[in-house]
Write a protein that binds this ligand. Structure first.
Ligand code: GLY
Length: 407
């Protein structure tokens, strides 16, 4: 019923908004982000003006106007995104107040570097927060925390399979060692650690994970399964299935977005042309099937399309990834990827997707976990994280800088 009503709302939106002929005003978009960061910080203040730095903004439902926060915890995979948003806003504004807030939220996650790995999300948690913090401040304490966390993440690697175990808690119900596509993003912290004083083995683990995933986690058309299940002892691939998508064989939008972002990053770190070729293949199948406004439906194969919810978060992840991938490919393709990224960001920066004054988040219309009925058509913190990351990457390109440089 909720879904049916939502469909009617989306039909109305679809019929009255056209966005992609507009142009992207980067400064305006970044200033909008800063206004919303400041509004969020104000709203997080308690009666005595203090902030509980362990409570991380997670989502705002369509019917709500305030952040729903979750406590930083080993089982709360999104805890690193809000500190990451603050670091990016600090990078954009150079506002020292924002930096102090970024530090405080980041440092409330330190315990995760000292806790045995609960699951694979340590990369999301600690690299979006401490990783950006170290990039911008060179704080040696942050470096050690990232190195410790990378070692912890590596304890989930199974050499018989060749991947990191994503969800130890689900080994029994899935019938073996499980790896989810999202796990590609966590490899970035391993690569970073290996070249910043950590164990060289972390590089090998990341490469093995990426290669094994490339072999088993995709269908012949380069669309991805969300979950791959392997025999924990023999390492044999058992099955591909979904967890958050429409069906085992469907293209779940954010899963494919993680693949695009992940293989682009793996190519950067390895310069192995196999990964560059693969990054383009997983990207092209996604881009070919995008709707007119460049923001995918939550799953490309939901039969309810065009009345299915959109997932702005996937669009943000892909926009950011394309701005890196365009660096590595032939000129014609590079221009096309960059143009598409700009179109995605233009669409996201329109009234259709921006919260505007209605909420302190940046963006509307993301989907967290449709099969569980959770975070459908919501503002979700990771959409905001990858949106501001992509805006900054675009700004760096426009200034002739490397997308990974600091402004
Ligand atoms: N990593 C979980 C998700 O993308 O929803």
């Amino acid at each position: 019923m909720k879904y049916a009503l939502f469909g009617l709302g989306m039909m109305f939106l679809t019929s009255c908004v056209s966005t992609t002929s507009e142009t992207l005003d980067l400064e305006k978009a970044l200033s909008y982000c800063d206004t919303h960061v400041c509004r969020t910080l104000n709203e997080l203040k308690e009666d005595n003006d203090s902030i509980d730095y362990s409570m991380m903004p997670r989502n705002i439902m369509a019917s709500d106007s305030r952040w729903h926060c979750r406590k930083a915890d080993k089982a709360e995979w999104c805890g690193g995104f809000w500190p990451g948003v603050l670091w990016y806003d600090y990078e954009a504004t150079k506002n020292e107040d924002i930096r102090r807030q970024a530090e405080k939220f980041t440092e409330s996650l330190e315990f995760l570097s000292k806790t045995p790995a609960f699951d694979h999300d340590l990369g999301f948690l600690m690299f979006c927060s401490y990783g950006n913090g170290y990039r911008l401040t060179n704080n040696p304490k942050y470096k050690q925390i990232i190195l410790d966390t990378a070692d912890s993440l590596a304890t989930l690697y199974n050499p018989a399979v060749g991947t990191i175990l994503s969800w130890p808690r689900n080994v029994e119900i899935y019938g073996g060692h499980n790896t989810i596509m999202d796990n590609m993003i966590n490899l970035e912290m391993l690569f970073w650690a290996a070249k910043n004083g950590g164990d060289r083995r972390l590089y090998d683990i990341a490469v093995d994970h990426a290669a094994t995933t490339m072999k088993h986690h995709f269908r012949d058309d380069y669309t991805s399964y969300h979950v791959a299940v392997y025999d924990s002892v023999s390492g044999d691939f058992i099955k591909g299935m979904t967890h958050q998508g429409y069906a085992d064989n469907s293209m779940w939008a954010r899963g494919q977005a993680w693949a695009i972002y992940g293989y682009t990053m793996v190519y950067r770190e390895t310069r192995d042309p196999r990964f560059l070729d693969f990054a383009q293949k997983v990207t092209d199948v996604y881009l070919q099937r995008l709707p007119d406004d460049y923001v995918p439906y939550w799953d490309f194969d939901d039969p309810a399309i065009p009345d299915a919810p959109k997932d702005a978060s996937a669009a943000c992840v892909v926009a950011s990834a394309l701005l890196e991938l365009q660096n590595y490919v032939q000129p014609e393709k590079s221009a096309s990827y960059k143009d598409t990224a700009r179109r995605i960001l233009t669409s996201l920066s329109s009234d259709r997707y921006l919260c505007g004054d209605s909420k302190p988040a940046f963006l509307l219309h993301s989907v967290g976990h449709m099969p569980a009925g959770s975070e459908i058509d919501a503002s979700i913190i990771y959409a905001d994280y990858y949106y501001i990351e992509a805006l900054l990457r675009m700004k760096k390109i426009d200034q002739g800088k490397d997308v990974l440089a600091s402004l």
